[in-house]
Write a protein that binds this ligand. Structure first.
Ligand SMILES: Nc1ncnc2c1ncn2[C@@H]1O[C@H](COP(=O)(O)OP(=O)(O)OP(=O)(O)O)[C@@H](O)[C@H]1O
Ligand SMILES: [Mg+2]
Length: 342
């Protein structure tokens, strides 16, 4: 590996664009997307259905060419050196699935052989990965008898068999129950600590992006609308919500004026005996606020502080909620639909 390849970012995409033409209509699936991922990072692409997450991964994994723009992965250009890129990455697609009739261990070894490992190395690696992913006791079972969560872990082991520097996971936990999802997340974190693998995953789960990823790249309509740590995204693009309760309406009415004066940038309203405040850094402002209100004769009788979620961030950035879903017009067409690159 040249010095450039070992010191350059693991992923560098600039103005990445991909159009599809389907039934004479052009879909701009990815529109000028910029993305940099450093070596060893765990990054989540978060966005609604049809945002362009899978299409982005498919370009970065060399499965489809960009319509325009550039991307280097592990220091190699996806267009000029697709083979070099592929040797260094693992990719677990959306709804992938290992074959059903083989035993889990054989499935892993076959995948290793397909990636050019010799049989001994493939076997050793299969044993090591099965242990890392909690599959050791299941290695002799047929894939068809594994649970959804176990199968997804096997998919991940298959993506890692050739020791890639970079692993792409497209919605690894979709369809799993909360327990299996948590278990899969633990495995992803452990793998990363053990092998130092850079991980890029896509998810619809806000809590997953929040707790698992060091960086969240929010994608909407084929472009990046925000890119930062979950904490900074929430601090910059959303507010804490503080609800203060008072003895009576009169106190609440006085308190609204007091809070609005003390925090001119906060959104303050009152409803009955409650005052609702939306403000950045509300958690830290509350003690002084309560002391001030008590000192001026309108003591609070209750207080609630809600931290923002990534959904609040998405709502503030796009005017839409990720939780609501985004209708059907953007959904990915079925495999059988005729599709050509524009
Ligand atoms: N092969 C294709 N032919 C035509 N249009 C496509 C094709 N693949 C994706 N699209 C369209 O491109 C847009 C982005 O799709 P993509 O699958 O990248 O979204 P996504 O963010 O992964 O969504 P999801 O969360 O549903 O997986 C969608 O409007 C989709 O219908
Ligand atoms: Mg997708």
């Amino acid at each position: 590996m040249s010095e450039l390849q070992s010191t350059s970012p693991m992923i560098e995409a600039r103005a990445l664009t991909r159009h599809f033409t389907s039934r004479k209509q052009t879909v701009e699936a990815v529109r000028g997307l910029d993305l940099t991922v450093e070596r060893g990072e765990l990054v989540a692409l978060l966005g609604p259905n049809g945002a362009g997450k899978s299409t982005t991964l498919r370009m970065l994994t060399t499965l489809i060419p960009p319509t325009s723009g550039t991307a280097t992965v592990a220091g190699y250009d996806v267009g000029r050196d697709p083979r070099e890129v592929r040797r260094r990455i693992g990719y677990i697609g959306q709804g992938n699935g290992a074959g059903h009739n083989q035993r889990a261990r054989d499935e892993l070894v076959s995948q290793g052989l397909a990636y050019g490992l010799d049989r001994n190395t493939a076997r050793d690696r299969a044993v090591e990965l099965a242990a890392s992913l909690g599959l050791a006791e299941l290695a002799d079972r047929k894939v068809s008898t594994l649970s959804g969560g176990q199968r997804r872990r096997l998919d991940i082991a298959m993506g890692l068999i050739h020791g890639p520097e970079l692993l792409f996971l497209d919605e690894p936990s979709t369809g799993l129950d909360p327990q299996n999802r948590a278990n899969l997340q633990e495995h992803v974190v452990a793998l990363r600590e053990r092998f130092g693998t850079t991980v890029v995953l896509t998810t619809h789960y806000l809590d997953e992006a929040d707790s698992l990823a060091e960086r969240v790249v929010v994608v909407d309509h084929g472009t990046v609308v925000a890119d930062d740590t979950p904490d900074r995204l929430k601090a910059v693009h959303a507010s804490d919500r503080v609800v203060l309760g008072f003895r009576d309406h009169a106190d609440a009415a006085c308190a609204v004026r007091r809070v609005a004066t003390a925090h001119p940038r906060a959104a303050v309203r009152h409803d009955g005996t409650h005052v609702y405040v939306e403000m950045g850094g509300g958690t830290f402002a509350v003690p002084a606020l309560l002391a001030d209100l008590a000192a001026t004769g309108t003591p609070t009788v209750s207080v609630e502080v809600a931290r923002p979620t990534l959904d609040d961030v998405f709502l503030n950035l796009t005017g839409r909620s990720l939780r609501e879903g985004t209708g059907t017009d953007q959904s990915t067409p079925s495999e059988t639909e005729e599709v050509v690159a524009a």
